[in-house]
Design a protein around this ligand. Structure first.
Ligand code: AR6
Length: 231
């Protein structure tokens, strides 16, 4: 009757209100039963000024491509605020494509404090870095290097000194690193995305043909790097 359909509508409305961070409880995991989880920021869309609509299409496309390959592992797009436009776009597009929301979801929080402050254990995090793989510069790169102490720079140097746009490098973190022992993060994957900011190196001058190609390559390199950790 109409009252039960009203109830159903209300239940749906309630479910839709809980927009952010609804996956906190399934993520409460001991180290023994860890579900491999990659937390990644939206590459290139802040300091590098990449278009958000185009970036959100690419994130959803690449997540959909890689989910069958990662098995039970999870991919989580992270940003700092509940008002994040990139999180809203990706969430809407992923749900349109019926992507399994237990395997790919968005999460609001500081990527360096996901377990301690958000209750979400991610054993791998991605960093939107610069071509020199150097600390600082603001954004997520500054936050991740700062939270790691000197360990991340040392561990990074063993692997690489520079990075090309579209490429990623997997860096294992020593157990002495605060990100490892406080947050349970065992690997950082540095990713260099395409740059549309005229004040940064390798500016593509709004060439989105090149830019989209490079952003796709960046997510491919990132997810392949994550696969190499999971396997
Ligand atoms: N936790 C989660 N997400 C964050 C955090 C954080 N602590 N900080 C920023 N974000 P950006 P880019 C989000 O600018 O555009 C650096 O200077 C942010 O809201 O960090 O690839 C490097 O050295 C956005 O959604 O990276 C490079 O030179 C996303 O992370 C340059 O910026 C990426 O924003 C790279 O620029």
């Amino acid at each position: 009757g109409s009252s039960s359909s009203n109830e159903a509508t209300n239940a749906m409305r309630k479910a839709n209100e809980k927009t952010e961070n609804f996956r906190v409880s399934p993520a409460k995991l001991g180290s023994a039963d860890i579900v491999h989880t990659l937390a990644f920021p939206s590459i290139s869309t802040a300091d590098f000024q990449f278009d958000l609509e185009k970036a959100s299409d690419i994130i959803v496309e690449k997540a959909e491509e890689f989910l069958p390959k990662v098995g039970t592992a999870r991919l989580v797009l992270v940003d700092l605020s509940h008002g994040s436009k990139i999180l809203s776009l990706v969430k809407a597009k992923a749900s349109q494509k019926n992507i399994d929301s237990a395997s790919f979801f968005t999460f609001v929080g500081d990527i360096t404090k996901l377990r301690s402050e958000g209750g979400l254990h991610c054993n791998v995090i991605a960093n939107a870095t610069n071509w020199r793989l150097k600390p600082g510069g603001g954004g997520v790169n500054a936050a991740i290097f700062k939270a790691s102490g000197p360990d991340l720079e040392t561990a990074t140097r063993v692997r690489a000194n520079t990075l090309l746009p579209g490429k990623a490098v997997v860096v294992p973190l020593p157990s002495t690193c605060p990100l490892h022992n406080a947050e349970g993060i065992t690997h950082v994957i540095h990713v260099l995305g395409p740059n549309m900011n005229p004040n940064r190196p390798d500016n593509l001058n709004n060439d989105y043909t090149k830019g989209c190609k490079t952003l796709r390559e960046a997510y491919t390199s990132l997810f392949e790097g994550f696969l190499s950790v999971v396997q």
